[in-house]
Each structure stands twice: as C-alpha cells, then as structure tokens.
Design a protein around this ligand. Structure first.
Ligand SMILES: [Zn+2]
Length: 180
C-alpha cells in the first residue's frame, strides 16, 4: 500500500536531471489536453530532456516549471518558470510543442544570442532534437507545420536548415564558449 502510494506520488518524477513540471489546466475544459501533455512527459520526458541537452550542449536548471494548458498561443517565459501549451493540438504536434517550448526554456540559459531572435536560437538544435527523438521524417513534418504559423517561423526555419547539423553545432559552441 505504502509503496503504491509512493509510486503514485512520484508519477511525474523522472530519473534524468529533468526540471520538475506541474501541468495545470486553465479551465476544466482543458483537463483532457492537460492529461495528454502529462502522459507525454511521463513517457518521454527523460528522453526529451536528454535529447535537448545533447543537441544544445546546455543543462536544464532544476527550477520548477508551471505548464499551463489553455487555448492560448504556446510560449515560454524568459524567467524560465512558465510554459503555456495549447490543449487542442494533434498528438504528434503536442509532443513537438512540448519539446519546442522546453527548448526555448533551455536556450535562455545561454544568456547571450549574438543578435539571433528566439526562434533562430532555438532552431540551432530543435530540428536535431526532434530527429533524435522521433526520426527525421517527424522533424521534417513538424518544421513544415511551424513554417505555416504567422510571423518569423518560416524565415527562421529556412535560416537554420540552410546550415548543416555540424554548422549549427559550431554556432552553438561559439555561443556557449562566450557566455557572460
Ligand atoms: Zn517558439
């Protein structure tokens, strides 16, 4: 009994050095979407953290993150404590969005960006993290979906994918080495 309770209580504690995430539906109608994201985190969270850390060369700070789920546009706050996700996405795109927003959170660790905007910075490793996690076709598909979003996404993807993985890695290395 006690053992079962402990296991349940730790359902979202992951073995890797993952930041603690708390998933919160903004309204009861977003509960199902919230459970979907929780399930992705429980199943793939450790792998997601490993893939993002390996492709970025950065480490997640052990700072708790509130993940709020609503119908608003996904975002990650610059202080790294809040991520917002959208309840209505398809299962595949939910995974992509969770990895995308966690990637933003991780990229803020750099503290510098050499004039790169949020998405150019993120796309230095997001495509490669998606590929390592779910395969190249998946990364292709998800980046195609993001290109259709209004704003700078298409230009940022074109910029990032005009470089090879090695070139993206070299740019990240330079950013890491010159951290403030
Ligand atoms: Zn973004």
């Amino acid at each position: 009994m006690i053992r079962a309770a402990l296991l349940l209580g730790c359902a979202l504690c992951l073995p890797a050095a993952a930041p603690p995430l708390t998933f919160i539906p903004v309204q009861p109608k977003f509960a199902a979407g919230t459970s979907d994201y929780e399930a992705i985190w429980r199943t793939d969270g450790a792998r997601i953290v490993r893939a993002l850390e390996a492709t970025s060369g950065l480490e997640f700070p052990q700072v708790p993150i509130d993940v709020i789920v609503s119908d608003g546009r996904p975002m990650a706050s610059y202080d790294g404590r809040l991520i917002r996700l959208r309840a209505s996405y398809s299962p595949a795109y939910k995974k992509a969005t969770l990895v995308h927003e966690l990637g933003h959170r991780l990229s803020f660790v750099l503290g510098r960006r050499d004039g790169l905007d949020d998405h150019r910075l993120l796309y230095l490793f997001l495509y490669d993290a998606w590929s390592d996690l779910y395969g190249r076709d998946y990364a292709e598909q998800m980046s195609r979906i993001e290109r259709r979003l209004p704003g700078e996404y298409d230009a940022a993807w074109t910029w990032a994918l005009s470089q090879t993985r090695e070139e993206r890695q070299a740019r990240l290395r330079a950013l890491r080495e010159n951290r403030p």
